[in-house]
Design a protein around this ligand. Structure first.
Ligand code: GLP
Length: 271
C-alpha cells in the first residue's frame, strides 16, 4: 500500500486531484481528436471526504484542463428508501457536487437504483452493468470511522458483490448529520461488494480528520479481517491512501511512510 500523509484536508484534495487526473488520464481525454473505443470507467464515492477532490476536478474542467467526455462512472452505493430526487440521496449528492458541473455524458453515470420493487434484482443488475463496462479502472474510496468501505459493514464477506446491506447503528449515527433525526436515516442500502471494489484496477482511498485515525491504522497496519472491511485492501496491488496528519496520527510506521514518499518523489524527479 502506498500511504501518502499530507498536512490537511485541502492538501489531500489537491494531491488527490493531481494523482487521479494523471492516473485516469483526464487531461489526455480532453483532446476531442482522440475518441476511445472504450470509455475509462471511474468508481465514485460520496460522503464529506471526496468533496474537495470533486471541487478540484470541477475547477480543472471549467478551466479547460480536463474532460470527462471519454469516461463513465459507477457510484459505490445508494440508500434504500430515498427517491433519486430526495436531496439526501446519493443521486442528488452526485448531481449537485459533480455531474451538473462536468461533461460526463448523460446516461453514462450509474448509481444503484433503490426505488424499485425488487432490490436484489437491481443489485445484481448493477454488478452486471459494471462487468459489461469492462470493470472499474479507477476507484475513489472514502472510509467509515469503523473501517467500512461503500456500505460494506463490519462482518461483510470479503468476496461480496453488489447487494442489499443493513446499515449498522454506528454508520447511521455517523450519517445522521445529513438528516433531521436518527430515525430518518435509512436502515438499508445497495452497495458494491468488497469483491466488486477489489476488482477495480486501481484504488485511491481518502481520509481526513482524527475520527478516521483508528480506521486508517486498522486498515494499513492491522490484520486483514472482515471486521475492518478496508483491511482487505492490503491484498490489492495498486492502492494509494491519501490521508491528512490527523487521520495518520495512530500509524506506528508514520516516519517510514513519509520517507518512502520522499524517495518516490526523488525517483520521479530523476526520471
Ligand atoms: C458512508 C459512505 C461511504 C463513506 C463514508 C464516510 O458510509 N457509504 O462511502 O466513505 O460514509 O463518509 P465521510 O467521508 O462523510 O466521512
Amino acid at each position: 500500500m502506498r500511504v501518502v500523509i499530507l498536512k490537511n484536508a485541502a492538501a489531500v484534495a489537491q494531491a488527490a486531484a493531481e494523482e487521479s487526473i494523471h492516473r485516469i488520464g483526464l487531461a489526455d481525454l480532453n483532446t476531442p481528436a482522440t475518441p476511445l473505443e472504450k470509455p475509462v470507467v471511474i468508481g465514485l464515492a460520496t460522503g464529506g471526504t471526496p468533496l474537495g477532490l470533486y471541487r478540484a476536478w470541477i475547477q480543472a474542467y471549467q478551466s479547460g484542463q480536463i474532460s470527462f467526455a471519454n469516461t463513465m462512472s459507477f457510484n459505490l452505493d445508494e440508500y434504500v428508501g430515498l427517491p433519486p430526487e430526495d436531496p439526501r440521496s446519493y443521486h442528488a449528492y452526485m448531481n449537485e457536487n459533480l455531474f451538473w458541473h462536468i461533461d460526463i455524458p448523460t446516461g453514462r453515470s450509474f448509481i444503484p437504483r433503490t426505488n424499485v420493487s425488487n432490490l436484489e434484482e437491481s443489485a445484481a443488475d448493477y454488478e452486471w452493468k459494471i462487468e459489461q463496462a469492462g470493470g472499474i479502472d479507477y476507484q475513489i474510496l472514502g472510509i467509515g470511522s469503523d473501517g467500512h468501505i461503500g456500505f460494506n459493514e463490519m462482518g461483510s464477506s470479503l468476496a461480496s458483490r453488489t447487494r442489499v446491506k443493513t446499515l449498522t447503528k454506528k454508520t447511521r449515527l455517523d450519517n445522521a448529520r445529513y438528516f433531521d433525526t436518527l430515525e430518518a436515516v435509512p436502515t438499508m442500502a445497495i452497495t458494491m461488494g468488497i469483491g466488486t471494489i477489489m476488482n477495480a484496477r486501481s484504488i485511491l482511498l481518502l481520509a481526513t480528520g482524527a475520527g478516521k485515525a483508528k480506521a486508517i491504522r486498522d486498515t494499513v497496519e492491522g490484520p486483514v479481517t472482515a471486521m475492518v472491511p478496508a483491511s482487505i485492501l492490503q491484498f490489492h496491488d495498486d492502492v494509494t491512501l491519501m490521508i491528512d496528519e490527523e487521520a495518520a496520527q495512530d500509524l506506528s510506521q508514520r516516519e517510514y511512510y513519509l520517507e518512502s514518499e520522499a524517495n518516490r518523489r526523488r525517483i520521479e524527479q530523476t526520471n
